[in-house]
Design a protein around this ligand. Sequence first.
Ligand SMILES: Cc1cc2nc3c(=O)[nH]c(=O)nc-3n(C[C@H](O)[C@H](O)[C@H](O)COP(=O)(O)OP(=O)(O)OC[C@H]3O[C@@H](n4cnc5c(N)ncnc54)[C@H](O)[C@@H]3O)c2cc1C
Length: 381
Amino acid sequence: MLDNYTPSWMDEDLAQFREAVRRYTKDYLEPTDVEWRENKQASREAWLKAGELGLILPDLPEEYGGAGVSAAYAAVVIHEVAYTGNTGLGIGMNHIVGHYIARFGTEEQKKRWLPGMASGEIIAAVAMTEPGTGSDLQGVRTKADKVDGKYVINGSKIFISNGQMCDMVLVVAKTDATQGAKGISLIIVDCNTPGFRRGKALDKIGLEGQDTSEMFFDDCTVPADCLLGGKEGMGFYQLTEQLAYERAQIAIWAAAAQQRAFELTVEYAKERKAFGKALIEFQNTRFVLAEVKATVTASRTFADLIIQKWADGTLDASTASMGKFWLTDRQCEVVDKCLQLFGGYGYMREYPIARMYADARVQRIYGGTNEIQRELVGRLL
Ligand SMILES: Cc1cc2nc3c(=O)[nH]c(=O)nc-3n(C[C@H](O)[C@H](O)[C@H](O)COP(=O)(O)OP(=O)(O)OC[C@H]3O[C@@H](n4cnc5c(N)ncnc54)[C@H](O)[C@@H]3O)c2cc1C
């Protein structure tokens, strides 16, 4: 779409990898969008195939199931998956949780979880948000009390992506309820542990193919070695560091969705006739699409900066947060403008642009709301 443009982080190997990802998305994501939305979840088959092709956590060292390549490979996967408009496959969560473990986990934790997460056999979730608190993470009330050398977890979580399908969940809990940030720890919970229970898949206005759920912990007791990194009170620090990568993923996703919306709309505007001519022949249509193209181009180059920084290890919190709020705000504007050019068809779920419109909205909410991102950027000025 961007004429004669190759991002600085792209090379021959990555371009070949991208072709392999595109073959996968064509076979496994394009045909399944509607079905997954009806089922409210993706298929295990698609997860396993993604793992087999090396699309999950490619940037882990080989000994843990990755390919030892740069994060640009993970970015390519996110971009290509997002571009399909099928938002059901939550492999981004495996990327996020996998990196928490790779970065902070003990050797045993890495060996126990990472190879299965990279192969798609283990689906991961991260459970921060609770019914009573989302933006204010220090306010979490889920407790993990140390009893007889084990952690006994009690509390509930809400809006957890991969909540129905996950095999493990990284839980944000208070190991010291008298403390704020310093009382927070991250605990790895195997979903087969007694006392862990899932609510039903939540009914959402978009992203219907993703299994977002409530989770309940009732005296859910795990061995002490499930504490991420083996040290209590490190959770807030661990979250602060890793959330930048989650936000980077959301930003890259937003750029890909914009590009797809633009391309679908140009195609439609050339075919659809009104008053005896194609929509594209109206000056208003061309002006709107010119605006959209400029926005998509700016978004693409911003996303490329984020990918470049992510790949070379220099991604900072401020850039990730700016990318998250700016690109997702643009995503919602772009998809809205594009939908308008589809007229009534744009409001029909049968049309991808309608599904993209509904899917886009949550991008400004999860991963830390866009208001919180502005706060974070503002604080670092
Ligand atoms: C589809 C979906 C998937 C999700 N997946 C996950 C997941 O996998 N894991 C997980 O833990 N969570 C997940 N979430 C939860 C998501 O991250 C939270 O909903 C989000 O962080 C906001 O928290 P909240 O809903 O409690 O809103 P609140 O924190 O109650 O915020 C309500 C409003 O107040 C604003 N606000 C709050 N504080 C401030 C402030 N200081 N300054 C200015 N404005 C403020 C917010 O921006 C927002 O507009 C998901 C949510 C959805 C909808």
